[in-house]
Design a protein around this ligand. Sequence first.
Ligand code: SF4
Length: 64
Amino acid sequence: MKVTVDQDKCVSSGQCVLNASEVFDQRDEDGVVVLLESEPGPDQIDNARRAAAACPALAIEIHD
Ligand code: SF4
């Protein structure tokens, strides 16, 4: 499983970090998403999927 983010789409809502803080972070200056882990381990896969589903901007893609 691979995760990608589109920082141009991100609206800094923070849902990704709430759902998967080991996979996503937000930039201090504007809250835009930062990808911490592009290939989450087994223990983070469900969280990453939840984050993608929760993102209001559809800025997170999951590639199986
Ligand atoms: S949930 Fe989506 S819009 Fe919100 S900070 Fe994360 S990537 Fe950006």
